[in-house]
Ligand binder design. Structure first.
Ligand SMILES: Nc1ncnc2c1ncn2[C@@H]1O[C@H](COP(=O)(O)OP(=O)(O)OP(=O)(O)O)[C@@H](O)[C@H]1O
Ligand SMILES: [Mg+2]
Length: 501
């Protein structure tokens, strides 16, 4: 495709502010990362979170870029290659990548899931359910990206705009018909999903996280809302468009207000279109009855805890919108055994329960502990910490949440990154101390995560439950700027092995 063909739609929208050189140059690929340039590449200078791509224009040309797209034409002193100025190069990046890859999202049923918690779990459920209806479903999310049997380690929950379009194009080539995709608020705020036309958008919930980045809950909401405001019935695709919204969450009404397409609501408590009742929680999973626009049915699933009922309800909404029968949906949901690192049990022959869970927000910890309480037979020993260089406001809140419903709390490091691990623990401790009543709860502060897990496991007696929260499926720990191998599940297994009984 030539540069002028590539920018034609943006030209029509009046986005082009500057032209220089011969725009009939042929474009083989494009990138916003000057290190990724090979001959034939178009370099798009984007003002990012940390760096401004305009500073790398010269490097890009030296590396073989055949053309440039910039936002700030005056900052570009290199006039050796054709250059286009655009009003918003960041938003254009995804649109151009999509166009260069033949608009992959137009050839897929695009299901986007956003919210503070539950995205990964919900996408797993959606994928399994659609597959039981013989659909071919790609997956994009925190744990991995999947195209058929191929698994690619995820760099971000939602990849960058160019990588995302490449990934979608590969899915189309591989014969996928649908995608279950986690859409993070960062990705929405940074326009990584521009160029994607979604068919269904799911809103799981909105609770405090990432306020280091979004500053206020309202700003955080505005980012999430973009997935819904972007839904359009006047797009290029014909299938049914819909939003699936959890109305037990206080932000739901605002999501509904901004939604230009029909909405199905889901809930356990409030009246809604897809509602669970007769809920039974057990160590083996949950069962409940569900009322839907297509009738009523019984759902059994192997995921533990009430929070997972919400994730299942969201998946049911997606399935119904895709035209699946309640019977097929029920079968699909039943096949999901567990999601890696989400209420994942470690069985190493011990006579107490060990659960590894990705809870790393206050709300997730509250729900994890509620699930643990519904199932417990002894004490609850909770090991957790908070990530460094991220939202500090949630630290004491997580401390409070853990202490409120545990018998023993062991504060330890999550990914401390470049912060002092003990300083993070002290901020969590403020919340722990708020909740200490008499001698009911004991707490320890052990920055070394392995030592903390070992202590919890030595402490556990028959029938107790050890909850190891915060890192879930992660198989590394980030200390300073380095990534060290560390897997809570393995460390817990080894710790059980060290017990002499
Ligand atoms: N619907 C839910 N509501 C509240 N908490 C949940 C819900 N589902 C899962 N959780 C809790 O949140 C944790 C993370 O779940 P999951 O990985 O599915 O969410 P996520 O939105 O993908 O998170 P991330 O933004 O980190 O990718 C779980 O381990 C569990 O403790
Ligand atoms: Mg996730």
């Amino acid at each position: 495709m030539t540069l002028d063909e590539l920018i034609a739609p943006l030209e029509k929208q009046g986005e082009v502010t500057h032209r220089h050189g011969d725009v009939r140059v042929s474009i083989a690929s494009l990138t916003d990362d000057s290190r990724q340039i090979t001959p034939g590449t178009l370099f798009v200078a984007v003002k990012g979170e940390r760096v401004d791509g305009h500073a790398y224009v010269r490097q890009a040309v030296e590396a073989g870029a055949v053309a440039l797209i910039v936002q700030d034409a005056s900052s570009v002193s290199d006039h050796t290659v054709p250059t286009i100025g655009l009003r918003d190069s960041r938003r254009a990046l995804g649109l151009l990548a999509a166009r260069l890859h033949n608009d992959p999202s137009a050839h897929l049923r695009m299901i986007g899931v956003t919210g503070t918690n539950g995205k990964t779990t919900t996408t797993y459920l959606i994928k399994a359910m659609l597959e039981s209806a013989k659909r071919k479903v790609g997956l994009i999310g925190t744990v991995s990206y999947e195209i058929g049997l191929e698994r690619i380690d995820a760099s971000h929950t939602t990849p960058g705009a160019v990588e995302l379009q490449q990934l979608l194009a590969r899915m189309v080539q591989a014969g996928m018909d649908s995608v279950a995709m986690e859409v993070s608020s960062h990705a929405l705020a940074m326009d990584r999903t521009s160029g994607c036309e979604y068919d269904t958008a799911v809103f799981t919930n909105l609770t405090q996280d990432h306020l280091d980045y979004h500053h206020t809950m309202d700003e955080y909401f505005q980012a999430k809302a973009r997935l819904f405001t972007g839904l359009t019935t006047s797009g290029r695709k014909s299938g049914p468009k819909r939003a699936i919204v959890n109305v037990d969450d206080p932000w739901a009404s605002r999501i509904k207000e901004v939604c230009p397409v029909p909405v199905w609501t889901y809930s356990i408590r409030e009246p809604s279109d897809i509602r669970a009742y007769d809920v039974r929680l057990s160590v083996h999973g949950t069962t409940f009855r569900v009322v839907t626009p297509s009738g009523e049915g019984q759902i059994d699933n192997l995921l533990v805890g009430e929070h997972n009922i919400y994730n299942v309800l969201a998946a049911i909404g997606v399935g119904l919108n895709e035209g699946l029968s309640l019977d097929v949906i029920r079968e699909g949901i039943r096949t999901v055994r567990n999601v890696p690192g989400r209420f994942e049990r470690v069985e190493a022959g011990q006579d107490f329960t060990i659960v590894v869970d990705y809870a790393h927000t206050e709300d997730a910890l509250v729900r994890l502990l509620a699930a643990a309480h519904a199932l417990k037979t002894g004490r609850i020993i909770t090991v957790f910490g908070c990530g460094g260089n991220r939202d500090r406001g949630k630290r004491p809140k997580m401390g409070r949440a853990a202490t409120e419903r545990s018998d023993v709390v062991i504060l330890t490091s999550d990914n401390p990154r470049t912060e002092d691990p003990m300083a993070i623990l002290k901020e969590v401790e403020v919340g722990v101390r708020d909740m200490l009543q008499a001698d009911r709860v004991r707490y320890e502060m052990i920055p070394d995560r392995r030592a903390a897990i070992e202590m919890a496991i030595r402490e556990a007696k028959s029938g107790d439950m050890v909850l190891i929260a915060g890192k879930g499926h992660e198989d590394y720990q980030i200390i300073g700027k380095q990534k060290f191998p560390f897997d809570d599940r393995e460390v817990a297994r080894e710790a059980v092995g060290k017990l002499t009984r």
